[in-house]
Each structure stands twice: as C-alpha cells, then as structure tokens.
Design a binder for this molecule. Sequence first.
Ligand code: GDP
Ligand code: IMO
Ligand code: MG
Length: 426
Amino acid sequence: MPAIVLIGAQWGDEGKGKATDILAGQVQWVVRYQGGNNAGHTVVLPDGQDFALHLIPSGILTPGMRNVIGNGVVVDPGVLLDELSGLEARGVDTSNLMISADAHLIMPYHVAIDKVTERFLGKAKIGTTGRGIGPAYQDKVARVGVRVADVLDEKILHQKVEAALDLKNQILVKVYNRRALDVDEVVDTVLAHGRRFAERIADTRLLLNKALEGGETVLLEGSQGTLLDVDHGTYPFVTSSNPTSGGAAVGSGIGPNKITRVIGILKAYTTRVGSGPFPTELLDAMGEHLRKAGGEVGVTTGRPRRCGWFDAVIGRYAVRVNGITDFFLTKLDVLSGLESVPICVGYEVDGKRVDDMPMTQTDVHHAQPVYEELPGWFEDLSACRTFDELPANARAYVQRIEELTGAPVSAIGVGPGRDQTITRDV
Ligand code: GDP
Ligand code: IMO
Ligand code: MG
C-alpha cells in the first residue's frame, strides 16, 4: 500500500486537520513532515468535542493510529509536553506517538530571536507566529542545530548549546538589547523535558519504510500551505520549510515513488494570516462577512484571518507544484447566501493579462484579480451528503473550480464535523 500526501493548496488553514481526521479511518500511520507548532489544525469529533493540534499529527485522535513527528519537523520540547498532557487530560491515548531522532529542536533562543527580528523589521515584518520556526530552520541549514537525539546525550547537548549561545547571546544583547540566556539553564530545561519523551524517540524513517514494505498505508499530513512554501510560496512572506508535496518525502525519509496520491486541501474562498501579497483580498464589508461566516480566526495566534474570493491562479499553481491528484474542497457551506460568487480566473499585471503565477515578487504585488461572476445560492448546505443534494449553482461552482484548476474535487466540506462531508467518485 502506498503513501498519501495531504497538503494545503493556499496559504494554510484550508481544513487539513479535518481532512486528516477523515482519512485516518483508511490508513495505519499519520506523519507530520515539516513545520512545527506554528500550525493549528482543528478536528471536530462526532461527539462535538473539538481539538486544536499544533505539533502532534491529527491522527492522534483516531484510536489505534500510529503517529510520527518526522525528521523535517521542528519540535519545541515544552510545547510537545504541554500538548501531550492536554490531550491525555481529555482522555486521548498518546502512547502511539513517535518522534524522529533527527528532527530539530526549537530552543528558547529561537523563540526569542523570532520575536525580536519581527519587531526589528517593523512594517516589513513577516507576521510570523512567533514560535521560533524560522530561527530553528536557519540553524538546521547552518549546521548548528540541536536535534531530538541530542537530549539523550548531556555532554553533546551542552557543547551544542554553548556553541550556539556564544553567538546568539551577542546578537540578543548587542543588536537587540535583550537579556543573554544562560547555557546551563537552557541545557537543564531541555534535558528535563527530554527525559519525559525519551522513550518516544525513534528512527522513524526505518519505521515508516518497514510499514510501507509490510503493506500499510501512510498519510503525510502537511501543515501551512503551498503559498507559504519557502521555495514555491510568496517569498519572503512564507514559512521556513517545504509544505509542498516534495517536502513530504524529504521530511519523512520515504522515497517519492512511494507517494501515489497527493490530496490538495482547498478552501472554497481564500484566507491568509500574516503579511504578504494576496491578490483577491477583500478589505471591505464582504471580507468581514467571510471572516464572520467562516469563523476565520487563527487557531494558533488568535489573529483575524485576511479573507478574499477564490483564486484559480493559485489553485492551478498548487496543482502544478504539488502534483495534486484530487482536491478536498472545504467550507463550501460558508458561501451560502450570496447573490453571486466571484472567482478569480486570472490577473492583470501592469495592464497585461496573465493566467499563471507571475514570476517576480513585484509582479505578484501588482497582480489585480480578473473575476468571473457565478450565480450564488441561498440554501443551507450543512445537511447535504451527496453531490446531487447540493443546489445547482453550488454544483456549478465546484465544477468551475475543477475546470479552472485542472484537478477533480473528490470531497466537499459542508461544515466542520467529520460527517459534514460529501465524497465523490472522480
Ligand atoms: P488547518 O490548519 O488546515 O487544519 O485548518 P484550521 O483548523 O486552521 O481552520 C479550518 C477551520 O475550518 C476549522 O475551524 C475547521 O473546524 C473548519 N472547517 C473545516 N472544514 C470545514 C467545512 O467544510 N465547513 C465549515 N464551515 N468549517 C470547516
Ligand atoms: P496551518 O498548518 C496559516 C504563516 C504566518 C506567517 C508565515 C511565517 O494551521 O495551516 P512562521 O511562524 O511559520 O515563521 O510564520 O506563515 N503561518 C501560517 N498561516 N496557517 C498556518 O498553519 C501557518 N503557519 C505559519 O502567519 O505569515
Ligand atoms: Mg490552521
């Protein structure tokens, strides 16, 4: 059996948590392969309980599921333990969570540097989640990172933290006028945390490859989204990892030829948190309407999400860079009650019509959406369970998205609940 990748097709918060939870019924393993606790994945169980997962795969809520935090993830040890105890306090069995020995740790200095750099950037800030994600990945690439396995070796851990703080403390104190961090304090805290998750540390690439060889199915749960990818996103307003499907092989240690399906999670409109270009953004009452109707508030930071119409240029781009085989279109229910629903079919950039993602950052900033108006619908969709039960105009909206993006929609979300989903044969 194969590996399935599930990715965000826009700027994150497309509904990956719900989609993972649904697919968990068909797989044996759920793996996070990049990002860290910058993510906020919401899952609403059939009994109405809702959970917000940040670092732990959404598969943890499915009894018996094997869950893995892969090598490509950055792990904040304190956050990991808090999230585990929060889940356990609510009766969730977490015994099946393993953590890659090679995943990098988010250290207290990463969080401090993330915050001061953002402040330093002022108006030009990225609008990060302030969780230390960027600085942790910087250290990984600079080859001065601390990895999960280092918590098992006090001497090595001490050496690495000392070397890192030698430079970081100078930056914190001399550039940013902040307090220096104490090496022993940092080491002691990380060691104390590490003792509490030591038995979960594993060579997860070996586990996953054995599982695949044994015929089991692995679901790779992306966080963030295509346009937040450090290579393919709206750089520099991106996160510091590769959420796109290629990142799933690297961040879990399986061969890309094991991946047979790439599911793009696509919201029926568009949202973004943080700074950066957003061609279809609505800064008027309609944007406010989408925010209210869709409950568009960040799960991790509580920031209101920027809202806008569906952008087919982005949808097409996501299909291309991820090799999306099919889409899970979420939140179609939110669009009920509109006279007409605009879809962005292309851009105008400095007077020229373009159908694909512009090549330069400046052109993306200049992109003006070209809209096509589709007739809206007024029915409440939340009880629809088959495609045919949807109003004709809602069906036409879905079909137009398929035409414009070039990938079929295999599932449609009509509410946050697990059962509020329409599946289709495509
Ligand atoms: P993720 O980061 O991609 O997992 O998405 P978030 O959890 O940050 O945001 C998605 C929000 O939409 C959550 O509150 C979900 O419960 C909710 N949601 C997911 N699918 C649907 C849907 O089809 N309809 C509605 N109304 N809400 C949905
Ligand atoms: P999920 O998995 C939406 C955004 C931040 C910021 C940029 C960089 O829930 O979809 P970072 O802290 O990663 O360095 O911030 O990325 N961002 C997200 N936006 N959903 C997320 O995760 C995000 N994770 C990071 O707002 O613009
Ligand atoms: Mg989210």
